[in-house]
Ligand binder design. Structure first.
Ligand code: G3H
Ligand code: ZN
Length: 278
C-alpha cells in the first residue's frame, strides 16, 4: 500500500531502524522488491533514478508499472524519483502520482543548490509529495570514487531549515557504484549530523557497506538506506548462472525468473538486517 515516504522514514527514525530503498531498473526489480516486502511485512521504497529514465527513454512506463506494483503490495511502500537534476522530470513524476522525489543539486554552487531545492520543495509540497535533497556530494556518482566527501553537521541543520526538505542525504564515507563492501563510514559524524538535524538521514552508495557497517550506521542514526549496485550484482550473477547452466535456453523468463528470485531473497535479507532495532 502506498504510504508517504516522510511517514515511513519518520517512523523508522523514531524506532532507530533502517528503511530499505532499492533502485528499479527493470520491471523484474520492482516485482522482486514487492515479493521481499510481502515476505517480510516490512516497508520498502522503490526508487527510479533519472539515469534509469534516460535508459528507458521515458519515465511514465516504468513509473506507472512500479506504482501499480507498490499499490498492490501488502506492506507499506513508497515510490521515489531518485537523483533527479531535471525539474521538468520532477513535475512529470508528481503528475504521475509518485510519492516522493530526490532533488540532486549537489553539483551546483551552494547558494544555487539551496534556492533550487527550496523551489522544488514548494512545487512538491503543494502536491503532497515529499522531498529528499543532498548536501556534501556523495563520492562516485560519475565514476570518480571519492569517499572523502563529508557533510558538516551545522551546515546540514542550516540547509534543512533553509530549504524545508523532508529527508537529507549526507556524505559520511560511502561512494556510489562500489562492487566491494569495504567502505568505512564515519559513525561519529553520522551521530553528530543526526543530533543536529530533525529530519531522517539518507545513505547513498550503500552497496559498498558491509552488513556490520550498515548496522553501525543505523545505530548511529542513519535511516533511509539506498542500495542499487549490490542488487545488480545479484541479478546479473543469477542470469549468468542460468545461461551458463543451459546454453540452449531461449525463453527469457527462464533466466529472468531465477534473477528475480535471487534479488527478492537478498532484499528480504537486507530488510530484516535494517529492520532489527538498534
Ligand atoms: O541513489 C541510489 C544509491 O545511492 C545507490 O548506490 O549503487 O552504490 O548502491 P549504489
Ligand atoms: Zn545515490
Amino acid at each position: 500500500m502506498l504510504t508517504p515516504l516522510r511517514e515511513l522514514a519518520r517512523d523508522a527514525r523514531t524506532r532507530r531502524v533502517g528503511l530499505g530503498a532499492f533502485n528499479v531498473i527493470h520491471l523484474e526489480h520492482a516485482t522482486a522488491f514487492a515479493d521481499a516486502a510481502a515476505a517480510t511485512g516490512l516497508p520498502v521504497v522503490f526508487q527510479i533514478s533519472e539515469n534509469a529514465v534516460k535508459y528507458h527513454g521515458a519515465l511514465a512506463p516504468l513509473c506507472l508499472a512500479t506504482l501499480a506494483i507498490a499499490r498492490d503490495c501488502p506492506a507499506p511502500t513508497a515510490v521515489h524519483l531518485d537523483h533527479a537534476e531535471d525539474v521538468d522530470l520532477i513535475r512529470e513524476a508528481v503528475d504521475l502520482g509518485i510519492t516522493s522525489v530526490m532533488y540532486d543539486g549537489s553539483k551546483l554552487p551552494d547558494a544555487e543548490n539551496r534556492a533550487a531545492t527550496r523551489a522544488v520543495v514548494e512545487l512538491c509540497h503543494a502536491a503532497g509529495v515529499d522531498v529528499e535533497a543532498e548536501l556534501g556530494e556523495v563520492g562516485g556518482k560519475n565514476g570518480v570514487h571519492d569517499p572523502s566527501a563529508r557533510t558538516d553537521p551545522a551546515d546540514a541543520a542550516a540547509f534543512v531549515a533553509d530549504t524545508g526538505v523532508d529527508l537529507l542525504a549526507v556524505a559520511v564515507g560511502s561512494s556510489h557504484a562500489m562492487t566491494t563492501r569495504d567502505a568505512r563510514l564515519d559513525e561519529g559524524l553520522i551521530r553528530a549530523i543526526a543530533a543536529a538535524v530533525d529530519v531522517p538521514l539518507v545513505l547513498h552508495g550503500s552497496s559498498g557497506v558491509s552488513d556490520a557497517g550498515m548496522r553501525g550506521a543505523i545505530a548511529a542514526g542513519m535511516t533511509k538506506i539506498n542500495v542499487s549496485t549490490h542488487l545488480n550484482k545479484v541479478f546479473t550473477g543469477a542470469v549468468r548462472d542460468a545461461l551458463g547452466a543451459d546454453p540452449a535456453l531461449v525463453d527469457s523468463r527462464a533466466w529472468l525468473r531465477p534473477a528475480r528470485a535471487a534479488v527478492a531473497a537478498e532484499v528480504a535479507r537486507l530488510l530484516r538486517l535494517y529492520g532489527e532495532p538498534s
